[in-house]
Design a protein around this ligand. Structure first.
Ligand code: SAM
Length: 172
């Protein structure tokens, strides 16, 4: 089971990036995506809408008390940060843990409180340079799983027919 916690959403300013965190997490098999920060029903609803049309069972929710999400999670807790230990050096051990345990991956927006660094099992960097929560999440979820990219989403109303030279979609 994979859970994602996205900290510090700012309504208006982060709509697009938060939506892309959700869609990326879904593409790599996240079962549940939890947003915290400012409550934003329209951002949450639009993601549920996408899941409804494109299928799968990823659950999307908002939780104000994100510390409780971290404290209550039983399993492997990983915070992605440019200041963390290098993914290349830690991924072997993380994969072994993930075979046994559920996984919680935490990504931030702006500054992440120090509390997070001390309440997770691992602080992991995808390169020690600043970039983006979307990129960090995609690379991490891809590395920790063998076949990370999901192809089939149950219950989809619409799906893509892969094409060499055009946009092809079909509806059920
Ligand atoms: N200086 C910030 C920090 O604390 O990492 C960068 C904020 S960045 C705009 C938003 C989020 O992207 C971070 O909270 C982290 O989850 C993720 N991120 C950015 N660069 C990363 C990197 N090199 N490795 C892992 N995660 C990264």
């Amino acid at each position: 089971m994979i859970k994602i916690l996205r900290l510090g959403h700012r309504r208006g300013r982060d709509d697009r990036i938060s939506t892309h965190v959700g869609l990326t997490a879904r593409q790599w098999g996240a079962d549940r995506i939890i947003f915290s920060g400012e409550s934003d029903d329209s951002m949450i609803e639009s993601q549920r809408d996408i899941v409804g049309r494109w299928g799968g069972s990823t659950e999307i929710e908002y939780r104000e008390d994100w510390k409780k999400v971290v404290k209550d999670f039983e399993g492997l807790k990983v915070h992605l940060t440019m200041y963390g230990l290098r993914i290349d050096e830690e991924i072997g051990g993380l994969k072994e843990r993930f075979e046994e345990d559920d996984l919680l991956v935490i990504v931030g927006a702006e500054k992440v409180p120090r509390w997070v660094y001390t309440h997770v099992d691992f602080n992991i960097s995808v390169g020690n340079q600043p970039h983006s929560e979307i990129a960090a999440l995609a690379v991490f979820l891809d590395r920790i799983q063998d076949d990370g990219i999901r192809q089939d989403f149950e219950g989809a109303e619409i799906f893509v027919r892969p094409s060499e030279d055009r946009k092809l979609t079909e509806k059920k």
